[in-house]
Write a protein that binds this ligand. Structure first.
Ligand code: ATP
Ligand code: MG
Ligand code: MG
Length: 381
């Protein structure tokens, strides 16, 4: 029986194992902590991603390796590649790990991006603020997630505070300054490419963030015609340029009808969780099919879906389960502030039904603010 190894044992690995079980494959998860929530469904190798003995054990027990965690050191990914098939390839992973490399690739491919500049010193920050313009955002090049490692600069006078906050990171993970995009919407396209180059995207998704963390996703996004096709074209260009195999998400800003690329997540993505119930084939199932060299499933969706993230602690499941298209996902994690502990997906045949279901669930859980922007979009476009 084929064993898929997953580096990282969080909820993405957990959902890969759950969705992949019907394919008849086994899983082995590697994570630094034995309590990782994927461990409830798959055997584990506990060890750091730089621990050669743990990596060697992992490699000896799997037929193919993939990632739940996008920041596995690229040297570890390369080391594994010499011993076992690894998807996505280390070059694709390495590019997506570095905001500078990623944005440079977007630009080379003609995919619009906000202005950006790499920064190593305090003096370069001043020069970059001049070049990029204000407002802008200083970000770490590597290791940022959920909006961590970012500082918003409103005017040039904020440069000192920005350097105070992130300057020490310049020599460790690098810094990048990006122009602030006054977007009307945040969108993402989740895409999959097979080992034979077959490429598919799921319908374009609109995302809402709170404090830098994804709060809600709506699919299909309610946008002017043509945007979804443009997003798919960008995703395909990236996948082909990186010889990417597996699922990835391209995060996009939509400003005045134009798409600008924000970042590429080299893995299954939170904004694609709705595909478990909302699409013919989920992102998790298709990721596994891709890395195993199996035919990809249809990414067609039926009706409309909204995913709500549960951050910090799980709410009461009853209101969601009472909805005909309500689905519950508890990741089995201990509650902790800011932590993604689960999500719900509501699916309906029409936008009106989805809006009604969201209204009921929001009221029952006291989460009116979380569902309000989605309902407004469904009602007013
Ligand atoms: P993720 O958890 O998605 O990996 P991250 O920490 O890598 O997040 P980004 O996606 O770059 O960070 O930024 C988080 C959020 O901050 C974005 O979804 C967006 O809402 C806002 N943001 C980031 N960059 C910009 C920008 N240049 N202009 C406007 N808003 C931005
Ligand atoms: Mg990111
Ligand atoms: Mg992001």
């Amino acid at each position: 029986m084929t064993t898929v190894g997953i580096l990282g044992g969080g909820q993405l690995a957990r959902m890969l194992a759950l969705e992949g079980a019907p394919l008849g494959v086994r899983f082995l998860v590697m994570d630094a902590t034995a309590e990782a929530c994927a461990g409830q469904f798959a055997p584990m190798v506990v060890g750091d991603y730089t621990d050669e003995a743990a990596l060697a054990e992992f490699a000896s027990r799997v037929d193919v390796a993939t990632f739940d965690f996008e920041n596995v050191p690229s040297e570890s990914a390369r080391w594994l590649t010499d011993r076992v098939a690894v998807y996505p390839n280390p070059r694709a992973l390495g590019t997506a790990q570095d905001r500078l490399a990623e944005k440079t690739l977007f630009r080379e491919l003609g995919i619009p991006v906000p202005p950006f500049a790499a920064i190593d010193t305090r003096a370069e920050l001043d020069a970059a603020i001049d070049a990029v313009g204000t407002p802008c955002i200083l970000k770490t090049r590597r290791l940022g997630y959920d909006g961590k490692g970012q500082f918003r600069i409103r005017t040039a006078a904020d440069a000192d505070a920005a350097w105070q906050a992130l300057g020490a990171q310049a020599s460790k993970v690098g810094l990048i300054l990006e122009g602030f995009v006054a977007f009307q919407r945040e969108l993402s396209v989740v895409a999959v490419r097979g080992r034979d180059g077959e490429f598919r995207t799921w319908p374009l998704t609109e995302n809402w963030h709170v404090d830098g963390v994804l709060s809600a996703s709506l699919a299909p996004a309610v946008v002017e015609p043509g945007l979804a096709e443009t997003a798919s074209t960008y995703a395909r260009q990236l996948a082909e340029a990186l010889d990417y195999v597996g699922v990835f998400a391209l995060e996009l800003f939509c400003r005045d009808g134009e798409l600008l690329a924000n970042e590429l997540a080299p893995r299954v993505h939170n904004s694609g969780h709705w595909t478990i119930e909302g699409a013919e084939t989920s992102q998790f199932q298709n990721h596994l099919r891709a890395v195993l060299g199996l035919p990809l499933g249809s990414t067609r969706m039926v009706g409309h879906a909204c995913m709500l993230n549960w951050i910090g602690a799980m709410p009461e499941a009853r209101a969601v389960l009472a909805e005909p298209g309500g689905h519950w996902h508890d990741y089995g994690k201990a509650p902790r502030e800011g932590r993604k502990v689960g999500h719900a997906t509501l699916r309906a045949d029409s936008t009106a039904e989805l809006a009604a279901a969201l209204g009921k669930v929001g009221a029952a859980l006291g989460r009116e603010a979380q569902v309000a922007p989605v309902i407004a979009r469904l009602q007013d476009g």
